[in-house]
Design a protein around this ligand. Structure first.
Ligand SMILES: Cc1ncc(C[n+]2csc(CCOP(=O)(O)OP(=O)(O)O)c2C)c(N)n1
Ligand SMILES: [Mg+2]
Length: 398
């Protein structure tokens, strides 16, 4: 049989039939599926009968605080990128473009909720009160984690795609059981962050089945930033990701991920539901990764600049700025003050990074198991001997 007759293992765009056009639209950022939006790309407020009421408590001060958060984390992202370019970090994972999805959702969480991030959730970390310099320890290679997750209920970054999603469901099921034992505990939920690419992992499927069966208090928060490194979203799903929730038996909502007000409202609704025992929700935040996948990636190799330009026009910071200015809620002085705060944050994280102490290399062995283990002891001894081979006459490590 000629090779041409064998089924191809390549992803075949022509196989999409009618959805090809829809996929093209989605790549340009005009979703064919309904999407919750409370602030459009021009900075105008929109009505929404279901989620609008979840945004009525957002006054001028609250919206300015959202802007401040989004601007701070964007400035932080720029500084971390510069640090990597200068050789001070091994790698950096940029979040630019996703600020509204992260600040809007993070600010909807309560202190008792527990957050399970990927590796890109710097904005959520900011909302949880993590010291932003600590996020850089992993990327400088001086820590396996970098911060104490129990201090802010913000778990360590997970680089193995989707591995944190079953953790979030398991933790949520633990919350359920704790509450059965102690009714005085404050209602709580977990949030599992993951990407459009990670949505294809079996872990996400298993997690959703468990969460649905047990009505676990978990919010699945998928940032559909349209790319999984160089693989476009259309390869991950032939339907809007939010539609998948129906198959598991819980609500799925697609929200404009560049609209901080809508993201906040939808996440608040989902968390309140989850804490009240009504089960999980899948939120698909429709957004875009404006930068590279990481500082080790070059997106010009696989996507057109026209697509980036189309999304730049939907910038989450710009649209909130337009709204704040048009409503007379913020003026030049406010934006200058925010820029100054960003500079201070950047200077702080730079100084902290350069001052990070190198860890004792043996500490890597110390945390393999909770108790001593003969194999770990053997490997530590081998490594100590190996390291000693570099010691000079003064006993200093050369
Ligand atoms: C289990 C696993 N497979 C592959 C990788 C390599 N990898 C790292 S990031 C990434 C793409 C993830 O895309 P997405 O889930 O959309 O998240 P994004 O990076 O866009 O935020 C891949 C394939 C990994 N880290 N873990
Ligand atoms: Mg992605």
């Amino acid at each position: 049989m000629a090779a041409a007759h064998l089924p191809t293992t390549e992803f075949d765009q022509t196989d999409l039939d009618g959805s090809l056009e829809a996929a093209a639209e989605m790549a340009q950022g005009e979703p064919e599926a309904p999407m919750v939006q409370l602030l459009d790309a021009e900075g105008r407020r929109r009505e929404d009968p279901t989620f609008g009421p979840y945004a009525t408590d957002l006054d001028g001060e609250a919206l300015k605080a959202f802007y401040r958060d989004m601007a701070s984390v964007r400035r932080f992202d720029q500084e971390a990128t510069a640090l990597q370019r200068q050789g001070e970090l091994a790698l950096w994972v940029q979040l630019t473009g996703q600020e509204a999805a992260q600040i809007g959702s993070g600010r909807a969480t309560a202190p008792q909720d527990y957050i399970f991030p990927t590796y890109r959730e710097h904005g959520v970390a900011l909302t949880r009160g993590v010291d932003m310099s600590e996020l850089l320890k992993l990327f400088r290679g001086v820590a396996n984690g970098g911060w104490d997750p129990t201090a802010t209920n913000f778990h360590l970054y997970t680089l193995v795609l989707a591995a944190q999603v079953p953790h979030a469901v398991g933790y949520a099921m633990g919350i359920q059981r704790d509450q059965k034992m102690d009714a005085a505990l404050a209602p709580a939920a977990t949030v599992a962050y993951f990407g459009d690419g990670a949505s294809s992992e079996g872990d996400v499927h298993e997690s959703m089945v468990f969460a649905a069966s047990y009505k676990a208090p978990v919010v699945f928060f998928c940032q559909n930033n349209h790319w999984a490194i160089s693989v476009p979203f259309e390869v991950q799903s032939r339907i809007p990701l939010s539609n998948r929730a129906q198959g598991y038996g819980f609500p799925g909502i697609r929200v404009d991920g560049n609209d901080v007000i809508a993201v906040h409202a939808v996440t608040k609704w989902a968390l309140e539901r989850a804490r009240a025992g009504e089960g999980p929700v899948l939120i698909e935040a429709f957004t875009y990764r404006l930068g590279a996948h990481t500082t080790a990636d070059d997106p010009t190799k696989y996507r057109h600049s026209a697509e980036e330009d189309a999304w730049r026009a939907k910038d989450p910071l710009l649209r909130l700025e337009k709204y704040l200015r048009s409503e007379g809620l913020a003026d030049d002085a406010f934006f200058a003050e925010v820029a100054e705060e960003g500079k201070q944050l950047a200077a702080y994280v730079r100084k902290a990074t350069l001052e990070m102490a190198n860890p004792d290399i043996r500490s890597a062995f110390a945390n393999v198991y909770a108790q001593a283990h003969p194999l770990v002891e053997e490997e530590t001894a081998w490594f100590e001997k190996y390291e000693a081979g570099f010691t000079d006459a003064e006993g200093e490590n050369a």
